[in-house]
Design a protein around this ligand. Structure first.
Ligand code: URA
Length: 221
C-alpha cells in the first residue's frame, strides 16, 4: 500500500440532514489522498450507495474490477449474487445500504484477480465505513465474509465466517449478522451453500419482523 496509512481522523458534521452529512463524507473519501494514491490508475475510489434510511446495511470487502470501473460497490458478478439475496428478501437495492470495508481495489502485480486487503489497508479505510454506519444508523449490519467480519470484530482470527455465521454479534451498538460473502456462491453454486447464507438472512428478516412467506422459508431446500 502507498501513502500515509495512519487511519484518518475526522469529525462528521454534527448538524445537517443525513444526506448532507453523507455527501460531506463521500466528498472526503473521494478526495482522500491515501485512497487516491492506492487506487488503480484511471479507476474510481468506491464509496457506499443506497438508502440512507435503510434498516439493513450490507458490508463487503473491497471493490473488484467492475466496481472500480463504475465507482459503485457490488456491480460485478458478486454483486449479481448480492442482488439475488436482496430480492429474495423481497427488497431491492434501493431499500438497503451497500458498502465495503475498502474504498479502493487492493493492487496486484497483474490486472486480473483480486487480493484480500491487508490489515493495515483495512484499518486505514475502516473509519470511513464506521462513519457511514453512524450516518445511516441501520437496524442491522450484515457483514459479508471474513474481511468485513475481521474488520468489525478487531482482526480476531478465531472469528472465521464458517464458525460464527448465523450468530448475532454487535457492531457500534448495532446488531450484526455475519454471513458468507456472495462471491462464495460464485465458487460453489450448490443449494447447500446458498441455503446456509439464506438461513442467516432469514434471521435478519425475523429480527426486523419482515413478512416471510412459506416460499421464502423454503428457498434452496
Ligand atoms: N466484492 C466485495 O466485497 N465488494 C464489492 O463491492 C464487490 C465485490
Amino acid at each position: 500500500a502507498r501513502g500515509d496509512l495512519a487511519p484518518p481522523v475526522f469529525d462528521l458534521p454534527k448538524s445537517g440532514s443525513k444526506q448532507e452529512r453523507w455527501e460531506w463524507l463521500r466528498d472526503k473519501v473521494l478526495n482522500c489522498e491515501t485512497c487516491l494514491a492506492n487506487k488503480n490508475p484511471n479507476r474510481h475510489i468506491v464509496f457506499g450507495v443506497g438508502n440512507l434510511d435503510a434498516d439493513i446495511f450490507f458490508c463487503g470487502e473491497a471493490p473488484g474490477d467492475q466496481e472500480e470501473q463504475q465507482g459503485e460497490p457490488f456491480v460485478g458478478p458478486a454483486g449479481q449474487k448480492l442482488n439475488g439475496m436482496i430480492s429474495g428478501m423481497g427488497l431491492s437495492r434501493e431499500d438497503v445500504y451497500i458498502g465495503n470495508i475498502m474504498n479502493w481495489r487492493p493492487r496486484t502485480e497483474h490486472s486480473y484477480g483480486n487480493r484480500q486487503p491487508n490489515p493495515q489497508e483495512m484499518d486505514f479505510c475502516f473509519p470511513y465505513l464506521k462513519a457511514q454506519v453512524s450516518i445511516v444508523r441501520p437496524k442491522i449490519v450484515v457483514a459479508l465474509g471474513n474481511t468485513a467480519i475481521q474488520a468489525m470484530l478487531g482482526h480476531d482470527r478465531s472469528k472465521a465466517v464458517g464458525k460464527i455465521h448465523g450468530n448475532w454479534h454487535e457492531f457500534e451498538g448495532i446488531p450484526m449478522m455475519p454471513t458468507f460473502h456472495p462471491a462464495s456462491i460464485l465458487h460453489n453454486e450448490s443449494k447447500r451453500a446458498k441455503r446456509r447464507v439464506w438461513e442467516d438472512l432469514l434471521k435478519v428478516m425475523e429480527r426486523l419482523e419482515m413478512p416471510i412467506s412459506e416460499k421464502q422459508r423454503g428457498f434452496f431446500l
